[in-house]
Design a protein around this ligand. Structure first.
Ligand code: PHE
Length: 556
């Protein structure tokens, strides 16, 4: 509560003073011009009364020139304004920082504490303590009717009557007469109110034990003030010289550098925050799935090829060439190059035969099989093309087939119109397990184990159809938050028409399943529209702040 009063030196003497030397280098305010915006913190503040930074700077330099030192910056007067308040000292601080950066001055910060009355304290300072008000409400002895308690309550209020009456009695200010009270002395000294009034005018009291007591009674509260002491620095001058910030070619050529003064580097300044990359939510969720696969002994398949031949994307999987999914409405075909390299001849012939005439216990599709169709190139419509190529590879690996568990998580493409839940490209999470004599029971068990690790403990299976699996099943999971069954995957046992032409041993069965990566990601991050997850509508700031997710925690 320092007003611009003449009591500064008195209050300072009464206050606790901490002096800390501020290193010039770390003053942090190295700009040569002082932004006034920096000081206008409180819009209600009467900015008109503050001097300009330039004027204040001139005043400070002139004062130092005359007196060599300013022991207390609150005593500075500039343009008729005394720099005693905290807004003024903020302005002073800016100017000092700027001058110190040029080593024109040195300054130290001084922190003082003064006190101000709380609302309750202000009330007492204004109308007296409770006991005083009780005394004031009573008649002098013999000069009127003694006042009883109910009457007293009416006169001074419940609170003052209750607290004040006891104290006034203890102080012997009042006396009992009949069933009421009268004054016992002529003019009591209302010490508390006097002390509070002194606090209001000077911010402190001589007797610190009284200050402590008033503070304990919550009648006053401390307030910190900061001001500064200033002295000349090594480069002191009354005029501020413009400092050069850069050594230029021109200065070197003209020789001007010899007389130039350079601004000091601020090695203590905080640097620009470094921009780090951030994982996209899809990548965070992908990492969770990858770890589950690794935990279950899977190896990752190489999926670094977005363009596939129709042979691997469809034919080798026993998808008929007449299948509607192969139409341009659903699949992106590549124009250039116009066709794929030829696949391995004998395998190709076996695939062609199983389509046209059957084999391995199948009657085939009995429809014409076109080489041109098979050689067309597409943006892969599923990562199952990769799984197929990998199965064909392990069927023919050196040393022969060995049981395998393989997975992949990568991008696929479908000719879809973009809407809130569809994009023309998305990611598939896919796994295949190849071993002797595995059954649909293994697939179900496997799904239960896998999805339990992702927090999905209640699964349901529904018969479905895929050209390349038989039987096929859609997998549903109970969503606790939405209270409904949500389809999470498509799965099945690969058909012999697909596996046997590859040369896999007869007893080998392969189970497989696939799902989108976007779906669980959207559920986890509560994203409603897929277009805000991937593509030009994505908010990059959100990508940075979104936390990692833990799949095993389930969805809420
Ligand atoms: N390829 C299937 C899809 O795109 C997923 C799948 C993979 C189904 C493996 C069965 C076996 O939905």
């Amino acid at each position: 509560m320092f007003e611009r009063s003449s009591s500064i030196s008195k209050s300072r003497a009464l206050s606790t003073i901490t002096v800390s030397r501020i290193s010039d280098r770390s003053s942090g305010f190295f700009g040569s011009q002082i932004s006034t915006a920096f000081f206008i913190r409180n819009p209600a503040m009467t900015t008109a009364t503050l001097p300009s930074a330039d004027n204040l700077q001139a005043t400070i330099l002139q004062t130092l020139d005359k007196h060599a030192e300013i022991p207390d910056t609150r005593e500075i007067e500039c343009g008729g304004v005394r720099m005693a308040g905290s807004d003024e000292q903020n302005l002073v601080r800016g100017v000092l920082g700027s001058l110190a950066s040029k080593e024109m001055i040195e300054y130290s910060q001084i922190t003082t504490t003064s006190f101000e009355t709380t609302p309750e304290g202000s009330g007492i300072a204004a109308s007296g303590s409770h006991e005083y008000r009780v005394w004031a409400a009573l008649p002098a002895k013999g000069q009127g009717e003694p006042v009883g308690v109910p009457e007293l309550k009416k006169l001074v209020g419940d609170e003052a009557a209750k607290v004040g009456q006891g104290k006034a009695f203890k102080n012997k200010w009042i006396a009992k007469e009949g069933s009421g009270f009268v004054r016992a002395i002529e003019s009591p000294v209302d010490e508390t109110a006097d002390q509070l009034r002194t606090i209001q005018t000077s911010g402190n009291l001589e007797d610190q034990s009284v200050v402590k007591d008033l503070q304990k009674r919550k009648l006053i509260q401390p307030r910190k003030h900061i001001h500064y002491s200033v002295k000349k620095g090594p480069n002191f001058a009354t005029e501020v010289k413009e400092l050069e910030t850069d050594l230029t070619v021109e200065m070197l050529q003209s020789g001007a550098w010899k007389d130039a003064s350079f601004k000091l580097y601020n090695f203590a300044a905080a640097g620009q925050p470094t921009e780090g990359g951030a994982l996209h939510p899809l990548l965070k969720v992908r990492e969770e799935f990858r770890n589950i696969f690794f935990e279950m002994g899977f190896t990752e398949m190489p999926t670094n090829q977005f363009v596939e031949s129709c042979f691997w994307n469809f034919d080798a999987m026993f998808v008929p060439q007449q299948h509607p999914a192969r139409e341009v409405q659903d699949t992106f075909y590549i124009k250039d190059p116009p066709q794929a390299l030829e696949p391995e001849r004998q395998y190709y012939e076996r695939v062609r035969n199983v389509h046209e005439i059957g084999g391995y216990g199948s009657i085939g599709y009995r429809a014409p099989f076109s080489d041109t169709e098979s050689q067309k190139l597409v943006l892969r419509t599923h990562t199952t093309s990769v799984s197929t190529a990998m199965l064909a590879k392990i069927a023919n690996q050196p040393g022969g087939f060995k049981p395998a568990k393989m997975f992949s998580i990568d991008r696929v493409f479908r000719n879809e119109t973009a809407d809130a839940t569809h994009l023309a490209e998305f990611h598939q999470v896919e796994g295949v397990v190849a071993d002797y004599n595995i059954t649909l029971g293994d697939l179900i068990g496997f799904m239960q184990e896998f999805y339990a690790k992702t927090g999905n403990h209640k699964l349901r299976f529904k018969p479905a159809y895929n050209p390349y699996t038989e039987p096929s099943m859609e997998v549903f999971s109970w969503h606790e938050g939405h209270k409904k069954w949500i389809e999470i995957a498509n799965s099945g046992m690969f058909r012999p028409e697909m596996l046997e032409p590859m040369g896999l041993p007869k007893g080998v069965r392969v189970l497989g399943w696939g799902m989108s990566l976007e779906r669980p990601t959207m559920i986890k991050y509560k994203i409603q529209d897929i277009r805000t997850l991937v593509g030009h509508k994505t908010d990059l700031a959100q990508v940075k702040v979104r936390p990692a997710v833990r799949l095993e925690k389930g969805d809420d």
